[in-house]
Unconditional design. Sequence first.
Lengths: 113, 113
Amino acid sequence: MNTMIHTRECPIETVINVLGGKWKPMIYWHLIESTKRFSDLERLIPAVSQKMLTQHLRDLEKEGLIVRTIHPVVPPKVEYALSDYGKTLIPVLEVMCAWGENHNERKSEESAS
Amino acid sequence: MNTMIHTRECPIETVINVLGGKWKPMIYWHLIESTKRFSDLERLIPAVSQKMLTQHLRDLEKEGLIVRTIHPVVPPKVEYALSDYGKTLIPVLEVMCAWGENHNERKSEESAS
DNA sequence: TAATGCACTAACTTAAAAGTAAGGGGTTGA
DNA sequence: TCAACCCCTTACTTTTAAGTTAGTGCATTA
């Protein structure tokens, strides 16, 4: 029995915090397709710095969305994959994605007035 | 015919940008319930500063999610309401909310180990 | 007469996020 | 021998977001 106080954040903000880094949606997106190595992600997202890539991968790992597997070989091989739990975000992403696409449509139409 | 280049952002990021201010989810949330005045929102979200409230309301208005109605009376009366378009975000919010709640559950369980 | 409510705006400061640059350590290939 | 690969870490700077404080103008209320 714990009597801890649940000062839970707003669940919308939770989602935004989990995916809210500048590169997190893109990292997550690539991992939906398949397991990727650090260097794969660097190639797929050329504009991200190593520092930010590391940091965001750590964040996603802490949230339990991805799993980091180190293969003790030389040169080092580290693989990142969505966890089973991480996959539960996919339908959320799909809904967000659909709305976001529509919104982008809308905005490019209005700018083409 | 316009030949503009569509450098559209990732639709996930679109949603995050639209809702991504510190107080935007909460503002939006209160407006789902009903139309609110500026001072109503101040009362409902005591921690927000007037500056940030104004700024976020302007952002949401620019995105077309909310409508600002000025009643030319003294003292001034300004009402904020979700637009019809803004209401299309509700189901997205619901999906995000469900996942976020579950995630918060999960995290408070693991911290109660 | 003085304070309060309303819906802001502007100038400034602080905090958080992201970017930049350099290094490390062991191994293979040229 | 020397660079390249791999997966980072650290220290530092820049950029962006958010917070703080003060002020506006008119009208009602105390």
